[in-house]
Every structure is written in C-alpha cells, then in structure tokens.
Design a protein around this ligand. Sequence first.
Ligand code: SAH
Ligand code: SF4
Length: 369
Amino acid sequence: MSPTSVSQVQSPDRSSRSAHHSGKTAVAVELGTVKPLLGASLAELTEWVQQQGQPAYRGKQLYQWIYEKGARSISDISVFSKQWRETVANVSIGRSTIHFRSVAPDDTVKYLLKLADGQIIETVGIPTEKRLTVCVSAQVGCAMGCDFCATGKGGFKRNLAKHEIVDQILTVQQDFGRRVSNIVFMGMGEPLLNADNVVEAVKCLNQDVGIGQRNITISTVGIRDRIRQLAEHQLQVTLAVSLHASNQRLREQLIPSARPYPLDELIAECREYVKLTGRRLSFEYILLAGVNDLPEHAAELANHLRGFQCHVNLIPYNPIQEADYKRPNPQRIKAFVDVLEKKKIAVSVRYSRGLEADAACGQLRASKA
Ligand code: SAH
Ligand code: SF4
C-alpha cells in the first residue's frame, strides 16, 4: 500500500498528476464493468460515454447527475434517451441502500448501509446549525481488535472501495436534504490499512463533491510507516491519532495491535507528519474509569507531548455490550484536563453525540445487522 500505488492507472506522461484527474486512463475502460461509475472524474466519465458512442457533453450530464442530483441508476437520468438508458441499464452507479436508520433526540442520524455484496456498514450524520458532519467507515469491520470498540470486537471483513466511501457522504447529503460540510473517518475500520482507497476517495470528495480537504479528518490508531506515507500525498486533511494510553504497556492492553509499534516511535512519526505537511494533528484519548484516566496518566501523556504543537481530544468512553469499562465521572475528567492544561497542552473533551442511537463505533451494526 505504498503511496505510489495509488497512481497505478496513470499513464507515464502524466506521472505528476493524480489518477483521479488524468485524462485518458484505463479507468474509463473498466467503468461499468469492473468499476461502478461513482468515484470517476469528469474526464473519465466523458471518455466512458464516448466509448459508448455518445457525444462528449453526455459525460458532463452524467457527472452532474451522479454527484449533484445523486442519481442511483442510469435509468433515473431523464436527459438521456430511453433507448441508450436501456442499452446500459445494467451498468452500476454504485450506490448503497439504507438498511436501517435511527434518529437520536439531538438529531444525529445513524445509518446501516447495505453494499452491493450484502455487507453492512455504519455511517453517521451529525447536524448542527452551521455544519453537517458525516462520520464515515473505511472498512467493513476492523482487524485491530481494540478492547473498548464494538467494531474491533466484530472482526474484519474487507476494505471499502473508493465509491463505497464516497457513497456514504452522498447518502447522508440526500437524506438530510442539505450539503455535507465536514467528514471524519471515525466510523468502522482503520483508514490507513485502506490508504489507497481512502486517499482516492478524499480527492474525489474534494474535487467532485466539493468538500474542502481542510474539513476532512482522518482518524488512525497508528500503523507503522503509514502516517509518513500519508504525509507524502500532501493532502490538506487533519490527522487524528488514537493514542488512548500514556505508556506502551497500557496501550498494548487496550489496543492489541499496538504491540509491535512502541508509543515513542508512533509519536515521533506524528511529529514528522506535522513537519512534512505543516498540518495540524490531534490525539484522541478515550477515557476509561480507573484504567487510563488518573492524573498520573495525564502527566505521563503531557511528558510525551512536550513541545508538540498538537491538540488532545478526550473522549469519555461510550459503554458497549462486549466490554465492561466505565465512563469516568465529570470530576475525574476535569482533573485530567487540568493536568494537561497546566502543562500547556491544548485539550478539549468530546462527548459522542447521539448516544441514544447506539453511538459507540460499531455498536449499531452489532445490534441490528
Ligand atoms: N480506526 C480508527 C478510526 C475509527 S475509530 C481509529 O481507531 O482511530 C474512531 C474513534 O472512535 C476512535 O478514536 C476510537 O477510539 C473511538 N471509539 C471506539 N470505541 C469507542 C467507545 N466505546 N467509546 C468512545 N469512543 C470509541
Ligand atoms: Fe479499529 Fe479504530 Fe475500533 Fe480500534 S478503535 S478496533 S482501530 S475501528
């Protein structure tokens, strides 16, 4: 999963441009057969319609129907002739269907989406007055096995394709009837274990759906070398690194997959990311009562982050059925915050929204799929 492999479909004379924006590509040949149309650029769709014997302007129409009008199948596209729609009726746009939808009292909407092969993923739409944030999944399940995470407890099925990531945003946008402003890769799965598709999806969301890269956050548990590789793409996204512990022993206990990757090395790679990209980086730290929420943990964490221009997000644990951790009380949370602030570390507490709708990662899927 090297960063260069993202560009497999580039032709050599366009090596400095992304596959997504290149003109004549192998992608257009695969469209409609191997690949659904969603995820393709304007140039690729134009090339594809021409291969089908249609005039080039049909490509622009197809592009607008897919990304702006949210067409779910070619038969929806009324500007195309009936005859041609019938000819390509079996070409898939690649949209999911809503398998289950639940609304929390704070208007957060949690979806279970069914993919073409019947797999189910979670997506969440989180509205405020000014923003509509989508929490997207990067994989079906997750192989990392974190002890506090419902997705981790359910095991790994497969990576999501680029169009399956993009679809989640279009689905929430259509269901809410308003534009998505922000995206966080904090749903199911580990984005950096599906980095090629995640990077391509980010480019598509930026160029074709119109979401600023600065409004996109990728959350990772930290996979050796992958943070550095992500930096090479020079995306303008924000990186969030799930730390959850102030020392390696504790971290391994909570995140079994952290065993081969010492905390010091992870933090060093994070510092390098900031240097290489000039972008902000935040650390996520889930608070588990009596496990990692003591003032001495806060002090230890502050030591690791000394001189690091970063932000720490504390996430009070959302109870899941498969684990018996507890959420710390507000005094404990405040004491943790105080220690970090005294050490001049920027910190905020982030309560998950929509707790009533099985908000913890992977929880809805475990109960309703
Ligand atoms: N795999 C990536 C992204 C998905 S998880 C990662 O781990 O960063 C996104 C966030 O959900 C992580 O910060 C994770 O710690 C948090 N999370 C998982 N289970 C949770 C729970 N039970 N309560 C609160 N946050 C949880
Ligand atoms: Fe995977 Fe993230 Fe859940 Fe850990 S917290 S199991 S890395 S989804």
